[in-house]
Design a protein around this ligand. Structure first.
Ligand code: ZN
Length: 321
């Protein structure tokens, strides 16, 4: 039995009501959109509209009047009820940002999301995932005919009557795993990451394998380590563009490292002292990889990782200042 972790992982535990029962209610949808009361969450060139600038990024919503003045928007997609408002995602087009700067700027959520209120980032991630999926399924992958948006934007149906396939929002399951031999943790780094950044091992689940087999395969491919126990930790939606990260803690049966593929530039074992002592740069704290490291660390330490790191950061700022 896995308990619901508190707080939920970033981009999960969202404080909105999806109103899934309204997606087929065309009359209700038309009434809400015509009322002028609906809020619109825009996406332009894969970027979300952000208020407050990069210093204090926050959710920016548009009203229907503003969006009506913009050319060639596609159908609104029902997101649900958020802070008492009915919200829809809309994709905006054009070579220049189609919104005046005082309403906000368009930024990549991957860059700004971690600094935002988690409910606001969750809504933007949901809008981003749905709109990116729709943009990639404008034509039927089976027969090539154009697709038509139905169910408040949550289904794209092939317009060719002889085909008629329904396409649904895509979700790509991936595993992310912290491997430990008890006292040490196995972390790796990719060549394009910032210097000293290490993280847990991750990869997509493939056809014809179970989730736990994917965990064992990825650890073996990327580090040559065999595992014998897998414990589920928690999961995290990762809307870049459509991953669902399934997090595990695994026990290593072997410790010798050899990399079979080139996905990682380096893979090593680290002790708790090295993790807390700043030997490496940890993943961002809203990432599931960080929570896996934190869970493992806290199980074998007298003081929590977050407390240790914030005290050390405060001490170094004092020394610098
Ligand atoms: Zn088709």
């Amino acid at each position: 039995m896995t308990s619901l972790r508190q707080p939920p992982n970033f981009y999960a535990g969202n404080n909105f009501n999806r109103l899934a029962e309204r997606r087929r209610d065309d009359q209700w949808l038309a009434t809400v959109l015509d009322s002028g009361e609906a809020c619109l969450v825009p996406l332009w060139q894969g970027r979300n509209l952000i208020a407050g600038g990069l210093a204090a990024p926050a959710l920016a919503l548009l009203d229907t009047q503003t969006v009506a003045s913009i050319d060639s928007i596609r159908e609104p997609v029902l997101l649900g009820e958020f802070r008492g408002k009915f919200c829809f995602a809309v994709e905006l087009h054009g070579d220049t940002a189609p919104v005046s700067p005082e309403l906000g700027e368009f930024h990549d959520l991957r860059t700004v999301g971690g600094q935002m209120n988690r409910d606001e980032a969750g809504l933007l991630g949901y809008a981003r995932a749905l709109l990116v999926w729709r943009g990639r399924h404008r034509y039927c992958g089976s027969c090539g005919a154009a697709t038509v948006s139905i169910n408040a934007g949550h289904t794209l149906k092939c317009s060719n009557a002889a085909c008629g396939i329904s396409h649904f929002p895509r979700l790509d399951p991936a595993i992310i795993v912290l491997v430990t031999d008890g006292e040490r943790v196995l972390l790796g780094r990719q060549a394009q990451w910032p210097a000293r950044r290490y993280s847990t091992i991750a990869g997509y689940i493939e056809w014809a394998e179970s989730v736990e087999e994917a965990v064992a395969r990825e650890v073996h491919e990327e580090a040559g380590v065999m595992i014998d126990e897998v414990e589920y930790h928690s999961s995290q939606p990762w809307p870049f563009p459509s991953s669902l990260m399934l997090g595990f803690i695994a026990h290593a049966a072997t410790t010798s490292i050899s990399r079979l593929d080139d996905e990682l530039e380096d893979a090593r074992w680290f002790s708790r002292d090295e993790i807390v002592g700043g030997a490496i740069m940890l993943p961002q704290s809203q990432a599931l990889s960080y929570r896996l490291i934190e869970t493992w660390y806290d199980r074998g330490a007298t003081r929590p990782l977050r407390v240790e790191l914030s005290e050390r950061q405060a001490a170094s700022m004092k020394a610098d200042g």
